[in-house]
Structures are given as structure tokens and as C-alpha cells.
Design a protein around this ligand. Sequence first.
Ligand code: IPM
Ligand code: MN
Length: 349
Amino acid sequence: MSIVALLPGDGIGTEILDGPVAYLRRLARDGAPVELTGPWAYGTSGWAATGSTLPDDTVAACRDADVVLSGAVGTHPGITSAECPNPEAALIRLRHLFDLRISVRTVRVPGEADVIIVRNITGGAYAGPDQRVESDGTGDAEDRIVLNPRRVQEVFDIGVEHARAHPGRRVMSVDKASVYATSRLWRRISHATAGATGLAIDDVNVDRAAYELVKYDQLPAVVITEGLFGDILSDIVCARAGSPALCGSATISPDRRFGHGVTALFEPAHGSSPHRTGSRRSNPTGAWLALVDLLAWCPDLAALDLHTRVRGAIDRVLDKGAPTYDLAGPGTPVLDLDQFNERILEELP
Ligand code: IPM
Ligand code: MN
């Protein structure tokens, strides 16, 4: 049995999960080995409800679950960022608490093959608060970037797994070896991985990588990179795809220790879009892509091959046209969130 803790979070987070949650509830009702708990509060809306962006009940629910399905964390309508300044800290704390140290993002680029971005997400540039010195505006501020070779190797190992599923397509390792010692370590491990696996891995500086991801006709299958570089490059690939809503995001613990609290968190990569909240016009593709990753991650669900079915449904609906507002050209009929979800659910027997 896979236990999914629902953490819809802020803004459009709740409505964006409606379709995937409806499908999970249907699976549970039909006897699939999945159970949903929540919704549990977090982010700005969690702070408004409980005084904390990551309430104890929510952490306890994550300890009792196998995976998290999250909507978005960020600004929430009616609450200013002066009142709740850093809701993202809740997401960062969850990653650290459950050692969800690798991020795997899948961007569906219309008319092209997917791009997968794999990065470290708790070490390096995303290290915890103990690696930072705040400034009051007069003294120095400091962020330390430390990379451990074993931790870098496991990012490559996950990247290689994905690369092997897409033979013949380009694999990029992105760094800034001309400047950073951590990048020179990164490149050393890139070469060792290429040697050990026989895979061709292109080492590309991050500035050049940004250029190629915008300009080149052929996109790489996999980009393996440090946390901050991957954060920026994944948004660039989303821009290339046409919308931030075309990206599903998985934050995983490669140890896969099921039964000891959540092993992964799945979410669409976009933000909480407070101005659009309640309009039910947002594009839920990222949430559906996140569900695909969740269904492939949990062993008892993966055995049912539901992820292939859901991914097929997403592709058929998007390929048939009638886009959501973010992808529609002028004069094109537009689907709202509920109509989009209906079409996906109709494709799923
Ligand atoms: C993302 C976000 C997060 C990140 C923030 C909210 C910490 O930008 O998911 O891309 O940088 O990982
Ligand atoms: Mn980001």
C-alpha cells in the first residue's frame, strides 16, 4: 500500500491537484494499493491557518506517508509577503527533514522529446541554513557551496538511469569549471561516469548551456547539474516548451527507504499564481506529469503500469489540441482546468 500525503499549499495549489487527486481517489475506490491522507497545511496558507509554514501535524503526516503530492508553495491571495516572508522555507525544510536530496524534472516540450533535468537539491548551493551568514546590510553575507563526491556521483547515477532510457539522445553535464572548484569536481565525476558507463556525456559551461537550450534545434534528453544551475536551466527549458506548466517535478531520496517517512515529493514546477487562484483556468499538465512520476516511483503502483497509461492520456489530450490559456494562440478555443481534467480522465478507463 502506498500512502500519499496531500500538501496542496498555496494559491492555485489546491485547484491544480484536483484532476490527479480525483484519479487517485478513483484508483483507491477500485482497489488499487493507494491511500490518500490530508489535505495537510503548509506554505503561506499553512501559516495563515496555524501560525507555521510547516505545521507539526503536516510533518507527522509526512512521517506516516510514503510520498507527498504537493501543489505549490509561495504567495497566497489575501496574505502579503511582509506578513509571511519566506514560505518556500517550508519546502526546503521538508527536503532536508526527509533527505529528499535529488530533484528530477521532466519538461514536456511540444513537438519534441522530453528534457529531464537532474540536480542535487539539499547540498551544494541548496545547503541548509548552517551554511549561510545573514547580513544586516553592513556586514558580509555568506553562502557556502560544498559538494561531496559521493553525493555528486549519485546525481550522475540517476542521470545515467534516465539517459539509458533514451539511447542516442544527448546527455549534458553542466557546470562552471572555469570558476568553481565544486564545478571542477563535478567535471571530474562526469568524466569518471562517462568512462565507467561508456555513455557520451558533454560537459558544458552553464552560460553556454543556457544558450544551447534556447537556440539548438535538438534538445538533450538529460541535463545533469548542480542545484542552482538546474533551478535556472529548468525554467529556461520550460520557456522553450512554451509554459511553466509543462514541467513535473520530483524531489527524491535515492535510498528509497520505504516505511521510514516520505521518500519523495511530487509537484508541478510552477509557482502558486495568486492572481489566478480560483479562476480554474490554469494548466494542470505539470500536476499530471508529477502524478506520472509518483505512479512510477511507488513500487506497488509501478507494477500496475499506471504511469504509462496516465502519460499516454496527457500526450493524447495535448496532441489533439484545444490548449489551455497559456498555450493558446490568438483566436484559438481555450480549455479551462476542469475541461482539461475531464479530457484526461475520459482517456483513463
Ligand atoms: C523550484 C523553486 C524552489 C527551488 C524554491 C521554491 C526553493 O524555485 O522548485 O524550482 O529553487 O528548488
Ligand atoms: Mn525554480
